[in-house]
Structure formats: C-alpha cells, structure tokens
Design a protein around this ligand. Sequence first.
Ligand SMILES: C[S@@+](CC[C@H](N)C(=O)[O-])C[C@H]1O[C@@H](n2cnc3c(N)ncnc32)[C@H](O)[C@@H]1O
Length: 194
Amino acid sequence: MRFMNDTVLTEIPVHYNRIKDDTERLSFQMNSDLLTGSLLKTLVASKKSGRILELGTGGGLATSWILDGMDQQTRLLTIENNAALWEIAKGQLSDSRVEFLLVDGYKWLKEYQGEKFDLIFADAMPGKYDLFEETIQLLKAGGMYVIDDMLPQPNWPAGHAEKAEAFIQMLETRNDIILTKLKWSTGIIIAVKK
Ligand SMILES: C[S@@+](CC[C@H](N)C(=O)[O-])C[C@H]1O[C@@H](n2cnc3c(N)ncnc32)[C@H](O)[C@@H]1O
C-alpha cells in the first residue's frame, strides 16, 4: 500500500512557506497542520460557488489551503483579532475571493446577520468553545462545521482537556448535526448540519 499514506508533500500552497516563516518570526505556534490544510482544501472543493467562513485566520496557513480548494465563484470570509497576524495573512494572500476582517470574533458572531455559510472552519475560541450556538446557526442545511486540535496538543493549558471532552460530548448529543470524529492530524471533527 505504497500510496495509502499521510504524506502531503505535493500541492502545498505556494504562499505556505512564506507565511510559516513570517509567523515563526512572531513566535506564533498555533498554525494548522498540513493534513488539516489538505482536508480543508478537499472539503471546500465540494462547495461550488460556496460561502466559506474561517474563524481565527492566524497568519493564513489554513486560509492558503482553503483558497486553493475554492472555485472562482466561491467567497471566503476570514476573521482574526491580532493585527500582526492579520497583516501577514492579508499581505501574503492577496486574492479577490477572500475578505480579511480584523475584528473580535465574539463581537462579530453576536452581530452578523448576513448570508449563511456552506462551510465553517472554526479555529478560535469564539465559534468553537464559545458562542457555538451562534456559529452553528450560521451554517446552511448540508453545510459543514470543521474543527481541528481535538486531540491533546502540547500547547493546551491546564484544564483544556476537560473543556475539549465536554465540547465533544455536547456535539454528540445534538440532533441537528451528523458528525464524524477523526483521530488523525491534530484530531478533526466534521459535522454536517441536517
Ligand atoms: C489556532 S489559531 C488559528 C491558526 C490558523 N488556522 C492557521 O492555520 O494559522 C487561532 C487564531 O484565533 C485568533 N483569535 C483568538 N481569539 C480571537 C477572537 N476573539 N477574535 C478573532 N480571532 C481570535 C488568534 O489570534 C489566532 O490567530
């Protein structure tokens, strides 16, 4: 089974390494990993003319994968509250299909009243552990909610493991989503809204 492996050495987004270098200079260590990026690219490619939301742009590593999966009609809105990271992402990923918002995700989630989304990658506290109800309401029927970092990570603070467990239990008891947990990459959950 030579080709059935987890290696993602081809088709890494062209901006990937420059973003990695720039974010490392800021000592930012929360970049999404390569496998997650590859999965996001694949899932996003299923959403033709779609609307994608990313909560927690960081320096744009996952954003670069998402953009590579999007067709020309698909639009991405990505949200970040750290100006230095936002500058990196916006500077490296100039593309008319994406809007980079420098805003507090809590405030944005409470106030947003626009069109719903076909896929949400929730990679910040707001949208995941906080304001989950508001976030899932922003998903169209058939839309995908995707999260990573659900397996224990070296940078998890004390108490976070319990928080993650409780969050997974909450997801599993909901009857408005269908979910699969992947013990792969950093731990992925994909939930589809009924
Ligand atoms: C796990 S990192 C995202 C990493 C990103 N997916 C990548 O590939 O680089 C979480 C991001 O959420 C941002 N964040 C944290 N709290 C936020 C908030 N209240 N509003 C918006 N962004 C927030 C952090 O600054 C950080 O960049």
